[in-house]
Design a protein around this ligand. Structure first.
Ligand code: XUL
Length: 589
């Protein structure tokens, strides 16, 4: 039989921009089934393109499409003969920052239509009457510059905003989006009874009750005071003050259903699955729904990541996710509370110039228009390509970290001090660009993650000691600091993680103390949701009492990961003078 009926199963949803996925695992953490609904092709009557409507800077998604997709994905499970009655728990991940605006009737509609209701479709049960806006702003929206400014002004600028909320004001973040809707769509805002993120939208739909935000995902709003763990009153007041009529009806704190659900309570069920799903799909009446979180946050839950472990996603852009206990905010990156480990945080650093920039260098090297990486990779690995006094930065697109316009620069520096000696137009040979671009991309990650790592004792002596360097908002940091900070393990994911030359160079520069791994999965976000559901269910049934990271450390199948290499301490230390050169080069941009 394809699905043994005695096994408990756990679902992890992933509601992303272009699709809704539902992944099922068994209690041995093995994936047993997966179904997906592609919005554009399987729900064409919404006329979305890549899951969204684009109108100038406004990017939004129809909420009704998500409701239909939920029924459709479960119907696919039904058609596959999946034993819903064995699903013990559900959690999931959703695109971050999007917001759903509900009418005051939504609570009743959800209760009657889902919690106790039965019926043909979710769309019929919950329907448009539950929504005060038919669409949800999407993370690609970039129409809120004025609102970001207003919010940063209230708290005292981007540095203060980052200190308070873990990020400076960002166009896609939910607070500025809500402020814009309060300002520009007063009628919709006044008729809004509740506002959820996409994560608590989906968990609420599954239970038939509107829940508060989940704390980690709430950090993507520019509203949550991370240190004091509460929604910031001055920012709430700013939004409440836009529209005195709305103030009389309901304050934003009430629309958000009060303070977020704290990570200490992340294993506690929100409730059980609504009767609509019990009747229609035959879920058991005691199937628990656990808090859902954002997709990046769920990604770190898909791996046995501990403090100081980092995940490097080498895609079109480069994204670094890391687990840290250091609350060291910066306007250049994001900090969120960890969704399952109280007292820890997730750092997220996004670079625009990832694989496209490397491809530019590769094309220059190939000269024949081919996409072949052989020449590029040979150059990166060839010891005779000596770049020990060379540094290049390659930003064909404006960069986020450092925050600069498009530029390409090459310099020669003094090998002992790291002092830049001269800027040059070209290196002697284009093969040096191949090595330099990978080195500088990796080095940029290394210096940006350093403040977020706790010290690893190190007794490395280096001639450049006593110098200080500056990156972004961290000014005059002693160089020693960068020799005390090494990640524990590095996990590579994304397209370019398959390229050995690139990942080996990254591994050399980043210097993980416990090895470098590679993972090939399209399922990270949904899998994080599955693992969270399983762990929460076992905690609730008193089968285990371990923390989420310990549980995954014990039960994760390490065969899913490929151990690439261990980093070499001397090689790692040999980049110290390049840190000085990078600091000087970036400061001059
Ligand atoms: C994160 C972000 C995106 C979305 C994608 O800040 O905007 O990664 O979460 O779904």
């Amino acid at each position: 039989m394809k699905f043994p009926k005695v096994v408990p199963y756990y679902f992890g949803f992933d509601l992303s921009t272009q699709q809704l996925k539902c992944l099922a695992i068994n209690d041995k953490l093995k994936i047993v089934h997966s179904e997906t609904i592609e919005f554009d092709t399987e729900l064409p009557h919404y006329h979305t393109e890549k899951g969204v409507y684009i109108n100038g800077g406004r990017v939004e998604s129809p909420v009704a499409m998500w409701l239909e997709a939920l029924d459709l994905v479960l119907t696919k499970y039904q058609n596959a003969g999946f034993p819903f009655e064995q699903v013990h728990g559900i959690s999931g991940s959703c695109q971050q920052h999007g917001s759903v605006f509900w009418t005051p009737e939504a609570d009743n509609l959800l209760y009657n239509g889902v919690a106790i209701g039965t019926g043909n479709s979710l769309l019929e049960q919950v329907g448009p009457n539950a929504l005060s806006r038919p669409t949800a702003p999407n993370w690609q929206d970039h129409s809120t510059s004025n609102q970001c400014q207003e919010m940063e002004n209230i708290v005292g600028g981007p540095v203060r905003m980052a200190n308070l909320t873990g990020s400076k004001g960002h166009l896609r973040f939910t607070g500025p989006q809500i402020l814009k809707i309060a300002e520009e769509e007063p009628q919709a805002y006044n008729s809004t009874g509740s506002i959820t993120l996409v994560s608590n939208f989906l968990s609420s739909i599954l239970c038939g009750e509107l829940f508060p935000l989940e704390e980690a995902d709430a950090c993507g709003m520019n509203l949550y005071d991370i240190r004091n763990r509460r929604l910031d009153p001055s920012l709430l007041e700013l939004i409440d003050g836009v529209n005195p009529k709305a103030l009389q009806t309901k304050r934003l704190l009430d629309k958000l259903k009060g303070e977020p659900i704290k990570s200490e309570n992340s294993a506690r069920p929100l409730g059980v699955i609504g009767n609509y799903f019990v009747e229609k799909y035959k879920f058991p009446i005691n199937c628990n729904i656990f808090p859902f979180t954002g997709d990046n946050l769920a990604t770190i839950c898909s791996l046995p990541l501990e403090k100081n472990d980092i995940l490097v996603s080498l895609g079109t852009s480069t994204t670094v996710l890391l687990v840290t206990d250091q609350y060291h905010p910066s306007p250049n990156y994001h900090l969120f509370t960890h969704p399952t480990i109280p007292g820890e945080y997730m750092g997220m650093i996004c670079y625009c110039n990832g694989s496209l920039a490397r491809e530019g260098v590769r094309n220059e090297l190939n000269q024949d228009g081919s996409n072949d990486w052989t020449l590029f990779n040979e150059a990166v690995m060839d010891p005779s390509v000596n770049t020990s006094n060379e540094l290049g930065i390659y930003f064909p697109l404006g960069e986020i970290v450092p925050s600069v316009n498009a530029t390409i620069k090459r310099v020669i520096f003094d090998e002992t001090s790291g002092e830049i000696q001269q800027e040059i137009e070209q290196f002697t040979d284009k093969r040096h660009d191949a090595k330099c671009i990978v080195e500088s991309q990796a080095l940029s990650c290394r210096v940006r993650i350093a403040p977020l790592l706790s010290s690893t004792r190190s007794s490395i002596n280096h001639p450049s000691m006593g110098q200080s360097v500056s990156f972004d908002y961290d000014k005059n940091t002693p160089l020693e600091t960068y020799l005390e900070k090494r990640p524990q393990r590095v996990f590579f994911v994304g397209g370019a993680s398959k390229n050995d030359a690139i990942v080996n160079k990254f591994a050399e520069v980043l210097g993980a103390t416990k090895g470098n791994y590679r993972l090939d999965t399209p399922n990270s976000c949904a899998l994080g949701g599955c693992f969270k559901a399983l762990w929460s269910d076992l905690i609730g049934k008193n089968v285990i009492d371990s923390s989420f990271d310990r549980f995954l450390q014990q039960h994760f199948d390490w065969n899913e990961l490929e151990h690439i290499c261990d980093s070499d301490t001397d090689q790692w230390a040999s980049y110290t003078n390049k840190i000085v050169a990078l600091s000087q080069l970036e400061s001059a941009l």
